[in-house]
Ligand binder design. Structure first.
Ligand SMILES: Nc1ncnc2c1ncn2[C@@H]1O[C@H](COP(=O)(O)OP(=O)(O)OP(=O)(O)O)[C@@H](O)[C@H]1O
Ligand SMILES: [Mg+2]
Length: 253
C-alpha cells in the first residue's frame, strides 16, 4: 500500500485527569482505504478518533501532545470547527436530530455550509447521500417523517447519509454497527465498500475482529493506549506478528 497517508499521527500522547490514555501513538491511514482501528474495550480507540476530529476538546482536564495530520493539515493547530467540517462522523449509537424530518436530517449540514445553492441542488444532494447510504429505497416515500419512525439500523444509515451530505473525503466511524442487526450491518458494510471505491477514506473503530478482517484493507491494532501492530489486512489476518493481535483475532481478549 503506497498511497499517501490520509491521516498521519506522530508521537501522540493523551492524558485525561493525569492518566495516560494514548502513549506515543504513531500510525498512518493510507488514503482511499477502509482502515480498522481494532482493539479491546478501553484500549483508546474512541479517544484516538476524538483527537482526529477534535471532540477531545470537549473533555475536561485533558493534555494532548504530538502531531496529527489529515491530508497534510495539522488538526491540532486548526480551529476545531474547521477540522470537523472536513470529515464525516458516525457514532456507535444512532443520533439523528429527533425534531427534524428524515429529509432535513440529511439536508441540514449541506444547507448550513452552503454546499447546496438552491432547493434543486439540495434535493439532489439528499437523494445522492441516501442512495450512497443504501437507505433511499426505504425512505423515498416518507422523507417528511420523523427519524424515530425508522428502525435502529435505518437510523444509523440516516446518520451516515447526514455525514455524506457534506461530501467529506474522510469518514470516521466509531463502532457503527455495534447496535444494529446483521441485515443492517451488511447494508452498512456494503455502503462503506462502495464509498471506499469512490475514493473516500474510511477509518472505522471496531472491537469485532471478524468485521475488521471482512471489511478493511488496512488494520491498526491498539492495546492499552499503544499501537502494537499495523499493516494490510491480508498480512495481519494471516500472519500477525504480535501475540496480542494473535490472541485478539482468536477472540481470547
Ligand atoms: N472523558 C473521559 N474521562 C475520563 N476517562 C476517560 C474519558 N474518556 C476515556 N477515558 C478513559 O480512557 C480509556 C480509553 O477509553 P476509550 O473510550 O478511548 O476506549 P475504547 O477503546 O473506545 O473502548 P470501547 O471499546 O469500550 O469503546 C479508558 O480507560 C477510559 O476510561
Ligand atoms: Mg469506544
Amino acid at each position: 500500500m503506497h498511497a499517501r497517508p490520509a491521516v498521519e499521527v506522530s508521537g501522540l500522547n493523551v492524558k485525561i485527569g493525569g492518566k495516560s490514555i494514548l502513549k506515543n501513538v504513531n500510525l498512518k491511514v493510507p488514503e482511499g482505504t477502509i482502515t480498522s482501528i481494532m482493539g479491546p474495550s478501553g484500549s483508546g480507540k474512541t479517544t484516538l478518533l476524538r483527537v482526529v476530529n477534535r471532540l477531545i476538546d470537549l473533555i475536561d482536564d485533558v493534555e494532548v501532545s504530538g502531531a496529527v495530520k489529515v491530508f497534510g493539515n495539522s488538526v491540532l493547530e486548526m480551529d476545531p470547527y474547521d477540522v470537523r467540517k472536513t470529515m464525516g462522523m458516525v457514532f456507535q449509537i444512532p443520533n439523528p436530530f429527533p425534531h427534524l424530518s428524515i429529509y432535513d436530517n440529511v439536508a441540514i449540514g449541506a444547507k448550513i455550509n452552503g454546499i447546496a445553492r438552491n432547493k434543486k441542488e439540495l434535493d439532489e444532494i439528499v437523494k445522492w447521500a441516501l442512495i450512497k447510504a443504501m437507505l433511499w429505497d426505504e425512505v423515498k416515500d416518507r422523507l417528511k417523517d420523523p427519524p424515530w419512525r425508522l428502525s435502529g439500523g435505518q437510523q444509523q444509515r440516516l446518520c451516515l447519509a447526514r455525514a455524506l451530505a457534506l461530501k467529506p473525503k474522510l469518514l470516521l466511524l466509531d463502532e457503527p454497527t455495534a447496535n444494529i442487526d446483521p441485515v443492517n450491518t451488511i447494508k452498512m458494510e456494503d455502503s462503506l465498500r462502495s464509498l471506499r471505491d469512490e475514493g473516500i477514506t474510511i477509518v472505522m473503530v471496531t472491537h469485532m475482529p471478524h468485521q475488521a478482517v471482512r471489511l478493511s484493507d488496512y488494520i491498526i491494532m491498539l492495546y492499552d493506549g499503544s499501537v502494537v501492530e499495523e499493516g494490510p489486512t491480508g498480512e495481519i489476518a494471516i500472519n500477525p506478528r504480535h501475540e496480542v493481535t494473535r490472541r485478539f483475532l482468536r477472540g481470547e481478549i
